[in-house]
Write a protein that binds this ligand. Structure first.
Ligand code: SAH
Ligand code: SF4
Length: 370
């Protein structure tokens, strides 16, 4: 057998069942294997890891299948202890970032969709790297499995609080189950549409990791055809759109992809998405001092989003080596928020800059680890 082995993380539960039909094994073994993969988080096909599989099934798996577990190349904790960042190795030696965040008892995995990114946003470490390749569904799923496994290995510690947090805080608070996933790591998820949707279906499966669709957030730079396609999907995901500027010229200077998908087309797609799905969109705005954080900028985005089902997420810039800009001051962020709220009734949050000391901005760990 010299075909490449099947990565089981690439398959939905139904596809795994069909594989067992093709192999002429009773499908009950496929169901059992699925729960070993996603409930027990097994890491190999051994008798210890999967005791109830018959020997002939185990032999077939060893011969023709594999589990695409991603080994850790580097692991770092932020000094406040609430962010743990992993650089994970892929089979071909490429590396991607996966981040485990633990704020106010909420566990979130931030996962990557590509190696590098083709969109070239000027302030983004991943954009500065350029595009290498898409991730497979299995490589996306394996990141969530990795985080779920890391959490399972942690001992709950009720005594830990935000104030006396140590690096152990990342894994120290109950509940130790992965509930939230954001596709905000390296890459543009809507540029790798099929693989991302397949991965989401696997993560969502109620007999597996069982991540609720409304706890999965996909962040896009504004790939208009992808947003329109998503609008017709049944999946109840959350959509986040990276805006960063409220004029076409201002946006094109930060986000080169805006030249291909101009602001008016993007906003039309967002309106269509919200009308068809009935869902609110998060609009992300990386706050760069002196660039897009003035009262005038706040009024421009307020006017753009007024009346839409929208929430703005303001993210102070994490500085990167390839971009000569700094984060907005807290006062500027607060003033921005006030204008959005008072003059336009647009809700917003300021994302805490946690984990900045471990380069928790998108793509930053991979770029410093070279
Ligand atoms: N490609 C997708 C998702 C990954 S980036 C997108 O662009 O939306 C996730 C978010 O992090 C985006 O809003 C992006 O603009 C933001 N981001 C990237 N680099 C950053 C940095 N250095 N500082 C702050 N936010 C950054
Ligand atoms: Fe790609 Fe998103 Fe970074 Fe832009 S911000 S380069 S779209 S990963």
């Amino acid at each position: 057998m010299n075909r490449a082995p099947i990565n089981l993380y690439d398959l939905t539960r139904e596809e795994l069942r069909m594989l067992f039909v093709r192999w002429e094994f009773p499908t009950v073994h496929a169901a059992r294997l699925w729960s070993y993969l996603y409930l027990k988080l097994a890491s190999n096909f051994s008798v210890e890891a999967m005791p109830e599989l018959p020997a002939r099934v185990r032999a077939k798996l060893n011969a023709e299948a594999m589990l695409g577990i991603l080994p850790i190349a580097l692991k770092t904790d932020s000094s406040d202890g609430f962010t743990r960042k992993y650089l994970l190795s892929l089979g071909d030696g490429e590396r991607i970032e996966t981040v485990l965040m633990r704020f106010t008892g909420r566990v979130t995995a931030c996962i990557s969709s590509q190696v590098g990114c083709a969109m070239g946003c000027v302030f983004c470490a991943t954009g500065q790297m350029g595009y290498t390749r898409h991730l497979t569904p299995g490589e996306i799923v394996a990141q969530a499995v990795h985080v779920a496994r890391a959490l399972r290995g942690s001992a709950p510690n009720a005594a830990a609080s935000n104030r006396d947090a140590t690096p152990a805080a990342v894994t120290a608070h109950a509940p130790a189950r992965l509930r939230n996933v954001v596709l905000m790591g390296m890459g543009e998820p809507l540029h790798n549409y099929e693989a991302v949707m397949q991965a989401i279906d696997i993560l969502h499966d109620s007999n597996g990791l069982a991540l609720a669709a409304e706890r999965i957030t996909l962040s896009t730079v504004g790939v208009v055809p992808g947003i329109l396609r998503l609008a017709d999907e049944k999946r109840a995901l959350h959509l986040a759109v990276s805006l960063h500027a409220a004029t076409q010229a201002g946006r094109a200077a930060l986000v080169p992809a805006a030249r291909k998908w101009p602001l008016d087309e993007l906003m039309a797609a967002c309106r269509t998405y919200s009308e068809k799905t009935g869902r609110r969109i998060f609009y992300e705005w990386t706050l760069i001092e002196g660039k897009n954080d003035s009262a005038e900028d706040a009024r421009a985005v307020g006017a753009l989003l007024r009346g839409l089902p929208a929430q703005v997420n303001l993210i102070p810039l994490n500085p990167t080596s390839g971009y000569d800009g700094g984060p907005s001051r807290t006062e500027a962020a607060k003033a921005f928020q006030r204008i959005l709220a008072d003059e336009f009734a647009v809700p917003s949050t300021v994302r805490q800059r946690r984990g900045i000391d471990i380069a928790a901005g998108c793509g930053q760990l991979a770029s410093v680890a070279e």
